[in-house]
Design a protein around this ligand. Structure first.
Ligand SMILES: NC(=O)c1ccc[n+]([C@@H]2O[C@H](COP(=O)([O-])OP(=O)(O)OC[C@H]3O[C@@H](n4cnc5c(N)ncnc54)[C@H](O)[C@@H]3O)[C@@H](O)[C@H]2O)c1
Length: 504
């Protein structure tokens, strides 16, 4: 069997015309395809069509569409009063309430109406496609078609291949996604599909650092923005999407992967969720928000006005970025310890304590510096417990003289940036290895779906594949936590000196 997605009379049914269904119908019609909308609520589909046409006219006023584009899309949008009116559709995409029974019943009704070789797709975010298909006669033509909100702006669509989905169905839906001007990626029928699973790493690792009392939400967010190029850190993102959305999603994915420690949710997340502090929508979550809705940020910068900047430092690990920062601050680098200056180290995956003890350094004067990413904007420093505060502050003041911002955190293996980025990369590698999607699609989906500056595998390359692996090995050794076990995908490529994006 096959379906020619380019046939001129191609007709796509869209069932459920809420936020998602409207967007799906809009991109279908704009792609030059006839879209017939149906909603259980009387008048719902007609209202949706009117809203879409209104949106398109608004775009024409702004000059983004021509009047002819609007007229063409308008002509492509049809409204069905009853489910039987979808009889002639070649594809039906469902976007009704997120409830298995509702979806199963609807798919049963649709199967009785449409042709045996028409494709049925669900836009579900969290229900296994195979469970929707289970009771149907022709399970091979059922798949997922997971769009992102708001559909017209979010280019990604995940084509979900369930246990029985036929290859011709996957091919047809990839082609349909392209005609809808989306970027399709083919994904396995696993919890969270691709983007929602991949997005687990940044949230859970940010929460882990916070829970361990190593850094504040504001510090973690600032490092992710300034050093790693993310538009938002994990806490800002949780507040934006709402804890009523992201906490249950974390739990579903954790349960779905049978308590894999890489996906462990945090009781601190649950505490805020239980308190109804859901983020921006409730005026408070990880951050407070003022009367105008602006975030009240306690700040992430460490400044000491009293400490004189260090004039000399002992360089105990050779790191070019670190040396450049010291030189830019005007301080002298000492090759031999003078017994009083800060001792600068740049550990990979280790905490300052481990680094000092293993190398026989004076822990009171050891200052560990993370130079990951954009050091012109921000660096992170930490010291072992009981360190000399005056020596630490002298080092912080010296770095500030070089023009960068300084974030001071509690001693932590992998600081913030190393921990966060290596965990995002590690989960991406694991997803590629277990076949949730191809390595290339993992990166494409995460950049388009979550606005990441790079996909997870490209992030491993950015960090250095060997370094990324080493960070995880060290954190796992220090914490004894399997959460940090490196993906075998990453390990092999690190050993071979290859890009993490190298396919099998
Ligand atoms: N909102 C998102 O960010 C998002 C993103 C990706 C996927 N999804 C998924 O898309 C689906 C729809 O989400 P939404 O946010 O558009 O929901 P919504 O509540 O805005 O819209 C659902 C629509 O479905 C209609 N409906 C319910 N049962 C129906 C039935 N049996 N037959 C016909 N119409 C029916 C409702 O009247 C309503 O108009 C869900 O499965 C959701 O998980 C949502």
């Amino acid at each position: 069997m096959s379906l020619d997605i380019n046939r001129p009379d191609l007709t796509v049914g869209v069932v459920g015309t809420g936020a998602m269904g409207r967007g799906i119908a809009q991109v279908t019609a704009q792609g030059g395809i006839k879209a017939i909308m149906f909603d259980a609520a009387p008048g719902g589909a007609a209202k949706a069509k009117a809203a879409i046409v209104e949106t398109l006219k608004g775009l024409a006023v702004k000059g983004r569409l021509t009047d002819a584009d609007v007229a063409k899309a308008d002509a492509n949008l049809g409204v069905a009063d009853k489910i039987e009116d979808l009889k002639g559709c070649h594809v039906v995409v469902e976007a009704v309430f997120e409830n298995l029974e509702v979806k199963q019943k609807l798919f049963g009704e649709l199967e009785a109406v449409i042709a045996p070789d028409a494709i049925l797709a669900s836009n579900t975010s969290s229900i296994r496609i195979a469970s929707i298909a289970r009771s149907l006669k022709h399970r091979d033509r059922i798949c997922g078609m997971h769009y992102f909100n708001p559909v017209p702006l979010m280019k990604l669509v995940e084509v979900i291949r369930a246990a029985d989905t036929a290859q011709w169905v996957v091919d047809a839906m990839v082609a349909l996604g392209k005609r809808q001007t989306r970027v399709p990626v083919v994904v396995g029928d696993t919890p969270g599909f691709l983007v929602n699973l991949g997005g687990t790493a940044i949230g859970t690792e940010g929460l882990r650092i916070y829970q361990e009392g190593r850094a504040s939400a504001s510090q973690i967010d600032a490092v992710m923005r300034d050093c790693c190029g993310f538009r938002m850190g994990p806490f800002e993102l949780m507040d934006l999407t709402g804890l009523d959305v992201n906490f249950p999603a974390r739990k579903i994915i954790y349960e779905g992967f049978f308590h894999d420690r890489r996906m462990t949710p945090s009781p601190y997340h649950e505490s805020l969720f239980a308190a109804g502090k859901l983020g921006r929508k409730t005026g408070g979550g990880w951050y407070a928000y003022d009367a105008k809705g602006a975030k009240v940020d306690p700040g992430a910068d460490y400044t000491t006005s009293v400490a004189p900047a260090a004039r000399a430092v002992v360089m105990d690990s050779h790191n070019e970025k670190l040396v450049a920062l010291v030189v830019a601050s005007g301080a002298e680098t000492l090759a031999v310890d003078d017994g009083k200056s800060p001792i600068l180290v740049a550990p990979i995956g280790k905490d300052a304590t481990t680094e000092a003890i293993e190398r026989g350094l004076d822990p009171k004067r050891t200052v560990a510096v993370d130079v990951t990413g954009d050091t012109a904007k921000r660096i992170t420093i930490m010291t072992p417990p009981g360190a000399d505060a005056a020596v630490r502050d002298a080092a912080a003041a010296m770095f500030a003289k070089s023009g960068t911002k300084v974030t001071l955190i509690k001693d932590s293996p992998g600081f913030i940036a190393q921990r966060m980025v290596s965990m995002i990369a590690n989960l991406g590698c694991e997803m590629a290895m277990i076949g949730i999607a191809s390595a290339a699609d993992v990166d494409t989906a995460m950049t388009l779906g979550l606005n990441y500056p790079r996909g997870p595998l490209a992030l491993a390359d950015w960090l250095g594949v060997k370094e990324c692996h080493e960070i995880l090995v060290q954190i796992q050794a220090i914490t004894g936590d399997d959460r940090y076990r490196p993906s075998q995908w990453l390990r092999r490529r690190a050993m071979l000196g290859m890009s993490a994006t190298t396919p099998e």
